[in-house]
Design a protein around this ligand. Structure first.
Ligand SMILES: Cc1cc2nc3c(=O)[nH]c(=O)nc-3n(C[C@H](O)[C@H](O)[C@H](O)COP(=O)(O)OP(=O)(O)OC[C@H]3O[C@@H](n4cnc5c(N)ncnc54)[C@H](O)[C@@H]3O)c2cc1C
Length: 385
């Protein structure tokens, strides 16, 4: 059967791309291996789908080419997706830091996309196992369908138990496209050695700033039975490389010299009592134990207090690894942007072949940025097909 485009993967990017191309009058078939479309959308944002971020900007994405995402993100913005959400009468709210969520359920976003696809007469085939993709004489063939355009929208390999694989990369490589080494991102980090003692406070969270290299995030960190998690840690995990430390400021709002000032104001206080006033008791205790300065502040030198302050502001953890693709929200790396047009997402060396969404080496921060990339890259390809 002949179509204008075959889109592989009915996730966020594939559905958006199909709707846009279909509404432009293109005959589109969307081929999905799962029984239903949009499975990752349904579990996203704790079931409420953090569908975009008002602060979307290219510098909130990781890619070997930091300029690549600019064009698509500028042509389809967070406001554009929000307009679509509002046209569909979906109630939404900003949770924090520009993150927009459905008031109701992520199902509403999947329904929106299916509705837009229906308006474009897109044919959706679920439960279709894509075997071989043939390419000859400018035509792509998948099973019994053929088209001059093929869009790879099969996502990345994070959360394999949902069926996610490296299919997109294998297919891209078959067409001679380079793939930037994928690694798990937005993922908890594991602790070992002495630092396993922090497992004692599993479940405790605190507002911190966390940094890996030069990149720093001010959000909550959470101690877990395996190591570190919470938004601040998930964010830095995308930048963290094995062997590097992660540095946490446990008291980011305190100004320099606060401990020496506390000594003047309350000489009978202890470091433990001060920390208990600022942090949860279990976290305060584990930090105080490690600082090992039980005396009253009056009996501690200013130099020792300044050193303690510096340790609290730059507590250095040495993660042993990440919790891997099984727990990663996304994958950094993917189909190299050097192979694609930033205007259309079409492969420069293989006319008619497109790649969009998480399959491409563009990865957003936590907070709705990844869906915004899926929408924007989907629209860019949907308009070019
Ligand atoms: C638990 C979790 C929560 C998340 N929450 C958020 C959030 O709130 N906000 C946000 O911005 N991002 C979130 N993300 C990230 C977001 O889900 C992804 O960035 C986004 O889904 C990527 O869209 P995509 O269309 O490229 O890939 P996907 O949504 O993964 O879609 C790919 C589709 O291709 C199909 N497929 C795979 N292989 C084949 C094949 N061989 N043949 C046919 N079909 C195939 C898959 O079944 C799937 O339907 C979350 C991720 C996870 C895991």
């Amino acid at each position: 059967m002949q179509y204008d485009a075959i889109i592989l993967g009915a996730g966020a990017a594939g559905l958006m791309c199909a709707a846009r191309a279909g509404q432009r009058g293109k005959r589109v078939v969307l081929v999905e291996k799962s029984e239903a479309p949009g499975k990752k959308i349904l579990i996203s944002g704790g079931g409420r789908c953090n569908f975009t971020n008002l602060h979307t900007a290219p510098d909130r994405y990781l890619s070997a080419n930091p300029h690549f995402a600019k064009s698509a993100l500028a042509r389809y913005t967070a406001r554009d997706f929000l307009d679509l959400v509002e046209r569909h009468g979906i109630a939404w709210h900003e949770k924090t830091l520009g993150q927009l969520f459905c008031d109701g359920s992520a199902r509403q976003i999947v329904d929106l996309l299916l509705d837009e696809c229906a308006r474009g007469s897109v044919e959706i085939r679920c439960g279709a196992d894509v075997g071989a993709v043939d390419h000859a004489d400018g035509s792509f063939r998948v099973g019994d369908v053929a088209a001059p355009a093929l869009v790879i929208a099969t996502g990345g390999p994070s959360i394999p138990k949902m069926g996610a694989t490296g299919f997109a990369y294998d297919l891209a490589r078959r067409f001679g496209l380079k793939v930037v080494e994928p690694r798990p991102a937005l993922v908890p980090l594991t602790l070992g050695g002495e630092e396993v003692l922090f497992r004692e406070i599993s479940g405790v969270s605190a507002p911190v700033t966390a940094s890996a290299g030069k990149t720093r995030f001010a959000e909550a960190a959470l101690f877990t039975h395996r190591g570190l998690s919470g938004p601040a840690i998930l964010q830095v995990s995308s930048y963290w490389r094995p062997g590097e430390p992660v540095v946490i400021d446990f008291l980011p709002d305190r100004s320099a010299g606060w401990l020496v000032e506390a000594k003047r104001a309350s000489p009978r206080a202890t470091l433990r009592s001060l920390l208990r006033g600022a942090l949860s008791a279990r976290l305060a205790d584990i930090l105080a134990d490690r600082l090992a300065m039980p005396a009253e502040l009056a009996n501690l030198s200013d130099k020792a207090l300044r050193e303690a302050e510096m340790r609290l502001a730059a507590w250095t953890f040495h993660p042993t690894g990440t919790e891997g693709l099984a727990k990663a929200e996304v994958t950094v790396g993917g189909i190299s942007t050097a192979e694609l047009s930033s205007q259309t997402m079409e492969a420069k060396r293989v006319p008619g072949l497109f790649a969009i969404g998480e399959a491409v080496d563009v990865t957003g921060w936590l907070g709705g940025y990844n869906f915004q990339w899926a929408w924007a890259s989907g629209v860019a390809a949907g308009e070019a097909i």
